[in-house]
Design a protein around this ligand. Structure first.
Ligand code: NDP
Length: 246
């Protein structure tokens, strides 16, 4: 069975770099119309749309933490293609620090973008997807949301929150033919993890497969969940982490 997304429309939040970019590329290669949001990389977004073609791609500047931006992004997708078959909630940030030094602003910024941002965009897409009686929502959590991590209490809380959120959507929407699943990546080589420094060596010892993940490793699992090959999969957390969280 091939993972064919021809005729489907997918919206990916945070699609200009890293994991989101790999998901955009994979979905487009599988034949989907792909819309993606970003926060500030408008040059990258323009180049990506030019590469994929104006008729197949749409870049939308939208801050994940803004309900208005989320609603406008979903509306832009509906205006262009009339449907949303796949929603990938990927945009995320870190503001790391041990609890003793973490201030309320660092806590709130991460919760606002990673968790409340998921609420905003899923809420905007909820009704259209429900009415279509078909679709797939994929949220990008983290192995840290499953296991916890010293120095990332805010991030871990946001990513663990996404798991409960997504499972709840899966239960609410199953009767309408809309599936919702979570991908929990391990450590993936992107800008977010660029300055792991000496921690990278220590980390390697915790990864049974012995390497950091690549954005394409995550995109492959997302593509599966977006596709009809996953028609009987909902409410699941799939760790794509080299075996870290087993
Ligand atoms: P990057 O930092 O490499 O890329 C982040 C992307 O999200 C960019 O496209 C960025 O847009 C966009 N973005 C960031 N903040 C916002 C915002 N407020 N509104 C809209 N878009 C935003 O991140 P990764 O690719 O590493 O991570 C992607 C997701 O995967 C995140 O949710 C992250 O938590 C999760 N994850 C990552 C892991 C890793 O090891 N890298 C491991 C586990 C989970 P712009 O270019 O405009 O800044």
């Amino acid at each position: 069975m091939t993972l064919d997304l021809s005729g489907k429309t997918v919206l990916v939040t945070g699609g200009t770099r890293g994991i989101g970019r790999a998901i955009v590329d994979a979905a487009a290669a599988a034949g989907a119309n792909v819309a993606f949001t970003y926060r500030s990389s408008s040059d990258t977004a323009d180049a990506l749309v030019a590469e994929l073609g104006d008729d197949k791609a749409l870049g939308i500047q939208a801050d994940a933490a803004s309900a208005d931006d989320a609603a406008a992004a979903v509306q832009a997708v509906l205006d262009k293609w009339g449907a949303i078959d796949g929603l990938v909630v990927n945009a995320g940030i870190t503001r790391d620090g041990l609890m003793i030094r973490m201030d309320a602003e660092a806590w709130q910024a991460v919760i606002d973008t990673n968790l409340t941002g998921a609420f905003h965009v899923a809420k905007a897409a909820y009704r259209p997807m429900m009415k279509q009686r078909a679709g797939s929502i994929v949220t990008i959590s983290s192995v840290v949301g499953v296991m916890g991590n010293a120095g990332q209490a805010n991030y871990a809380a946001s990513k663990a929150g996404l798991i409960g959120f997504t499972k709840s959507l899966a239960r609410e929407l199953a009767g309408r033919g809309v599936r919702a699943n979570v991908i929990a990546p391990g450590y993936v080589e992107t800008d977010m993890t660029a300055d792991l420094g000496p921690a990278a060596e220590k980390l390697m010892g915790q990864i049974p497969l012995g390497r950091l993940g690549q954005p394409d490793d995550i995109a492959a699992a997302v593509l599966f969940l977006l596709s009809d090959a996953a028609a009987y999969v909902t409410g699941q957390v799939i760790c794509v982490d080299g075996g870290m969280a087993m």
